[in-house]
Design a protein around this ligand. Structure first.
Ligand SMILES: Nc1ncnc2c1ncn2[C@@H]1O[C@H](COP(=O)(O)OP(=O)(O)OP(=O)(O)O)[C@@H](O)[C@H]1O
Ligand SMILES: [Mg+2]
Length: 253
């Protein structure tokens, strides 16, 4: 079975700062793969490399068997053109801590926008899907609201619906609940749990250890640009093997 994401010795530097120091990991199709680690350990950078928002300096990164950002000819790598990168990026949905909805568009229009603009989809088709997706994230009654008329949690659920509208085969979540008031976190996690149940492949950077434990199939603890420890969330969270993992978990659990 082809891994949905495969990283082999991935290195990333920003100038002299060596941020990712040889990341090896594999995410299977339909897996919920949780990524935890201290601030600055490189979690967001790694996610950004997966859809080639950042170039890697060494190693190989594959999504669904395809090299990310490059084409290999013999043993040489050629960077893809922007248009080719954009085409591949369509398959990957990304949800950030801050939702970045278009402020001048309603929830429904936000969800309709990309399929129309990027895929040239007919408006009626995009609308029907957007209505379905808003229903799925529990926001049918907010379709006509503008982002400023929605709570943070509702905006984040619109952002998830917007990412799903492109029918991605992989979803990347970068701390999707960490900017939310505590009482709004649950609804967003419920939507993510539903996605997981439907078989979506997801990489989730999170501080929600309860979610990781209940929904996650795999968990990686990253520190200082390396994978320190990985395994089933229950095992890593209840029985960490490395001192760095123990020390991190003692602060967040
Ligand atoms: N564009 C950039 N230019 C220079 N340095 C960067 C850039 N992006 C990230 N970094 C640095 O890379 C390191 C890792 O950052 P990253 O955002 O990946 O960490 P993180 O694990 O996501 O942290 P957090 O939990 O705070 O979100 C940090 O030291 C950061 O300052
Ligand atoms: Mg981050």
């Amino acid at each position: 079975m082809t891994a949905m994401v495969k990283a082999e010795g991935v290195h990333k530097s920003f100038g002299p700062a060596h941020i990712l120091k040889g990341i090896d990991l594999e995410v299977a199709p339909r897996e919920v793969f949780c990524l935890i680690g201290p601030s600055g350990s490189g979690k967001s950078t790694f996610l950004r490399c997966i859809n080639h928002l950042e170039q890697i300096n060494a190693g190989r990164l594959y999504v669904d068997g395809d090299l990310v950002g490059y084409r290999q000819k013999g043993d040489k790598l050629y960077e893809l053109k922007d248009s080719e990168v954009a085409l591949k990026r369509r398959d990957i949905g990304m949800v950030f801590q801050r939702f970045n909805l278009f402020p001048h568009m309603t929830a429904l229009e936000n969800v309709m926008e990309a399929p129309i603009q990027v895929k040239g989809e007919a408006k009626a088709v995009a609308r029907a899907r957007a209505e379905r997706l808003l229903d799925r994230v529990g926001l049918s009654d907010k379709a006509k609201n503008y982002p400023s008329q929605l709570s943070g949690g509702q905006q984040q659920r619109v952002a998830i619906a917007r990412a799903l509208a492109m029918e991605p085969k992989l979803m990347l979540f970068d701390e999707p609940t960490s900017a939310l008031d505590p009482e709004l976190v649950g609804d967003v996690l419920d939507v993510m749990r539903g996605l997981a149940e439907d078989g979506m492949t997801m990489i989730v950077v999170t501080h929600e250890m309860g979610f990781a434990r209940e929904v996650g199939d795999a968990l990686v603890f990253m520190d200082d640009g390396v994978v320190v420890e990985s395994g089933h969330p229950r095992d890593v969270l209840t029985n960490p093997q490395h001192d760095r993992t123990k020390s991190f978990l003692s602060k967040v659990l």
